[in-house]
Design a protein around this ligand. Structure first.
Ligand code: IMP
Ligand code: MG
Length: 179
């Protein structure tokens, strides 16, 4: 099935049912790891809103949930490398176990920046849970990236929170660009 998002055409890549199944597995691993530590899930907006909502439903333990905003793509297809300095974390994370929840790791620039920023606040631990990961695009070593939903090819994707020009975030499934 194909969809048009603004001027581009996308085809279905990961159906919601597959995403849901994978999140159950990720949730079980997180539940086991963090059941006694009152962790704080920190979602990176806007892309992670759907993933966060479905993920925490699979982690039925005491936890805090917070969001922060940051962006590097500015709407287009390629990573711009300039991160909008908008690091606004409203929750205390010192001595806490933090799980950073990201929609997608592409070059890793955003994640490297975020992990460094969070680490400076002296949490007990920082791990990253990303729904999608493009290993071929990755330019950094990020050992904190411990939980990954799907490793995908280096192709532009939309849906399930991810956008093209701020459109397509509401698509239930994940779609890839038709070349
Ligand atoms: P990075 O800094 O290059 O890793 O890019 C990270 C951010 O760029 C992600 O959090 C997304 O918001 C955005 N991004 C990267 N790849 C895609 C994609 O394929 N579709 C939509 N957004 C993307
Ligand atoms: Mg993002």
């Amino acid at each position: 099935m194909k969809v048009k998002v603004d001027d581009l055409e996308f085809e279905k890549m990961i159906p919601f049912e597959t995403i849901e199944e994978r999140i159950i597995t990720l949730g079980a691993a997180l539940t086991e790891q963090y059941k006694d530590s009152l962790p704080v899930f920190v979602g990176v907006l806007n892309g992670s809103f759907m993933f966060m909502a479905d993920l925490v439903k699979q982690v039925p333990i005491p936890c805090h949930i917070a969001f922060m905003k940051l962006s590097s793509y500015h709407g287009g297809l390629a990573s711009t490398r300039t991160i909008t300095e908008d690091f606004d974390l409203k929750v205390e994370i010192t001595d806490r176990d933090v799980i950073l929840v990201e929609d997608i790791v592409d070059t890793g620039n955003t994640l490297r920046y975020l992990v460094d920023k969070l680490t400076a606040l002296k949490p007990r631990s920082v791990k990253v849970c990303a729904l999608l990961y493009k290993p071929d695009a990755m330019e950094h070593q990020i050992p904190e990236l411990e939980y990954v939903g799907f490793e995908i090819e280096n192709k532009f994707v939309v849906g399930y929170g991810l956008d093209y020009k701020e459109l397509g975030r509401n698509l239930k499934d994940i779609y890839q660009l038709v070349k």
